[in-house]
Design a protein around this ligand. Structure first.
Ligand code: AN0
Ligand code: CP
Length: 315
């Protein structure tokens, strides 16, 4: 494996989950593996969890980390080939990725969707260009269409808390005042297809995700019907995929509340964070014993560590 851009790059899903469980039990069992190796971490967007947990994961493996906030501190990058660079961009991705490959052993990149150009976002121009022109492994820290480390952490959370062999897991769209990407939801769907579970997506009409990704999923427009008998409610906002990047409604009908959680089988509540309180979900749900949000955040260290370990093992 030379890159983790989407979960489709990962062949051995079950083995990776087992690795995460082992690393969570003994985070410092492989401190010699990353000795004298350096992880580069580039951010084109804000982050709390990804930024800290990825560095912690590297540190647990004995690696060094260098973080760079690229938007404010790097040169404006050009991604188009053969272009006359007499405009706003200062450095081509071919040089930038080549140069970074001189300094680092593994490179992790966060570059969100533009939500303006659907074709460019779907082509994953930024992440795939880094992967194409770097000579070192690339890890996606949330790209235009995917957030695989979040989904792997969520898989570990579900595995840890499931009470039956085949739990019912519901991905429920939520309201949000800003247009957000589909990346978290996409990766959650891809991940759920690899789990033994009854998986249901519920969202209002107009909020269908990329049909390429959801083609095997059960989709319900009735949130109550979806919640009935659920063991896990995973809520997340995303902007419209069809009317790309648009917010189609501003009401709070789809917000998760304690009343809605009563429709479920005493379900656990999940969200990747950051979450807008009382917009996406009521705060009493977030603060209830059923909320797994801190466990999900904790598991981000072990998803990053398992992927880093895989790259170091294969180097
Ligand atoms: C981002 C998103 O929805 O993709 C990051 C989530 C991990 N969320 C926000 O921008 C609020
Ligand atoms: N869940 C997640 O990726 O959080 P950050 O955006 O804070 O990294």
């Amino acid at each position: 494996m030379k890159q983790l851009i989407t979960l489709d790059d990962l062949q051995d899903f079950d083995a990776l989950i087992e690795e995460m469980v082992a690393l969570k039990k003994q985070p410092f069992a492989h401190t010699a593996l990353g000795r004298n190796k350096t992880l580069g971490v580039l951010f084109f967007n804000p982050s709390l969890r990804t930024r800290i947990s990825t560095q912690k994961a590297a540190q647990n493996l004995g690696m060094h980390t260098i973080v760079m906030n690229f938007n404010n501190e790097g040169w404006a990058l050009e991604f188009e080939d053969g272009v006359l660079m007499n405009g706003t961009t200062s450095e081509h991705i071919k040089e930038a990725a080549g140069v970074l490959s001189q300094y680092f052993d593994v490179l992790a990149v966060r570059a969100f969707a533009s939500l303006e150009d659907k074709q460019k976002d779907r082509a994953e121009v930024v992440l795939r260009s880094f992967a194409k022109y770097a000579s070192i492994p690339i890890i996606n820290l949330e790209s235009a269409t995917a957030h695989p480390l979040q989904a792997l952490a969520d898989a570990l959370t579900i595995k840890t808390f499931q009470k039956t062999a085949r739990p019912k897991v519901v991905l429920s769209w939520a309201p949000h005042p800003k247009a957000l990407p589909q990346a978290v939801a996409n990766s959650f769907v891809r991940m759920m297809h690899r789990m033994d579970a009854e998986f249901v997506i519920t969202h209002p009409e107009g909020y269908a995700l990329d049909p390429e990704i959801t083609k095997e999923a059960t989709i319900l427009y009735d949130q109550k019907q979806a919640f009935e008998g659920a063991d896990f409610i995973y809520t997340k906002n995303w902007s419209s995929f069809e009317q790309y990047g648009q917010i189609l409604r501003t009401d709070d009908i789809w917000k998760v509340s304690a009343t809605k959680m009563k429709w479920t089988n005493n379900a656990y509540f999940m969200h990747c964070l950051p979450v807008r309180r009382n917009v996406v979900v009521d705060q009493d749900v977030l603060e209830s014993p059923q909320a797994l949000i801190l466990e999900q955040a904790n598991n981000r260290t072990f998803s990053a560590q398992a992927i880093l370990k895989k790259f170091l093992d294969e180097a």
